[in-house]
Write a protein that binds this ligand. Sequence first.
Ligand code: HEM
Length: 366
Amino acid sequence: EKGVYFSPEANAYVVSRYADVSQVLRDSRTYSSSITTGAPKPPPDSEMAKYIPFLLLSDDPDHARRRSIVNRAFVPAKLAAWEPLVRSLCTQIVDGLSGSEVVEFIDAFAVPLPITVITHVLGVPPADAGRFRSWSDQLAASIGAHNVDPGEVLRIAKEFAAYLGPLLDEARNREQNDILAIIAAAEAAGELPRHDAARFVMELLIAGNITTTHHLSSTLLMLARNPELADRYRGDPDTIPKLVEESLRLEAPIQGFFRLATADGEVGGVKIPAGSRVMVLYGSANRDGATFDDPDTLRPERANVTTHLAFGRGIHACLGAPLARMESRIALETLLSRTTSIELAEPADNVEYLPSFVNRGLRALP
Ligand code: HEM
């Protein structure tokens, strides 16, 4: 019943209500992001410190400066320009599946779509897609897993940074239509050292791919479990964005992240001493009955459907949210327009989630 409590397992004050989660996320001065993913921050003079996520683990003033540079790659005009590409990639994937009776949706669609999209919007040569994907998988696996060998992560990060170097050099001469070209221009202007440019690209892979995969598969499961809903959106695709939001609310792909208290504070009536770890539960906040009526029910038409915290809030709110929303909308438009019904190949109760208290994602979806 308590909205804020100390959990010895997480070694953190756990914050679960909507208003309290919002308070912590907005107060980035008191609640530092230096431990967002839960792992301790490597010492600043260590080699690993050069490869940790560029935005996610930084605080102001560094964060504000960094974000103002990379925001240029995610402005609405860029997003609009990428939409036809996303549509054609969705169509290509579905074309490849047509005729199959049973497909495993995650392998067949939810994994390849975000990776292929990011390869294109970054401006990575198509011939490198396979290698790129394997780095992306390895880097993503290094976050939130418990049995990670730091030496191995460092090796992969270095290999990836070495691969990216020549691509950034080349991108300097291109028009700024892709993310690498935009970052290379910031680098040329002296705003962004090379190793920061590389770790920003790594961060996009770590933050953007697995989250979108989990969101797409959770949403497809909802449609398979609610055929009348699938029919409704098939008939009225303009309302798909609301379904996307309600899916993010109910099945937040990131259930919770951490903050480090830099000063004594109080949240939900509980005192939190300086130096404490704090875990903010986006997923729980999204099911707070004080904010969302009938919180456990799928109701895409609810008036406050967009106010969920699945993309966080405050200075660290998801940089890629507009891209993720666009990918999801177009994926659903494509899947619904190209099918007459979507059914689970296995009994509905058989679905299994990955064992993680950070990521909410299905293991498989046949
Ligand atoms: C930050 C969720 C897709 C890039 C975040 C945060 C959340 C989140 C909750 C805030 C972390 C915090 O409070 O510390 C999601 C979900 C996604 C998604 C649910 C898909 C459905 C993407 C995509 C990209 C991306 C597609 C990029 C291609 C980032 C980056 C940050 C971030 C760079 C760090 C922002 C900062 O610290 O200023 N995301 N994300 N995300 N996300 Fe996403």
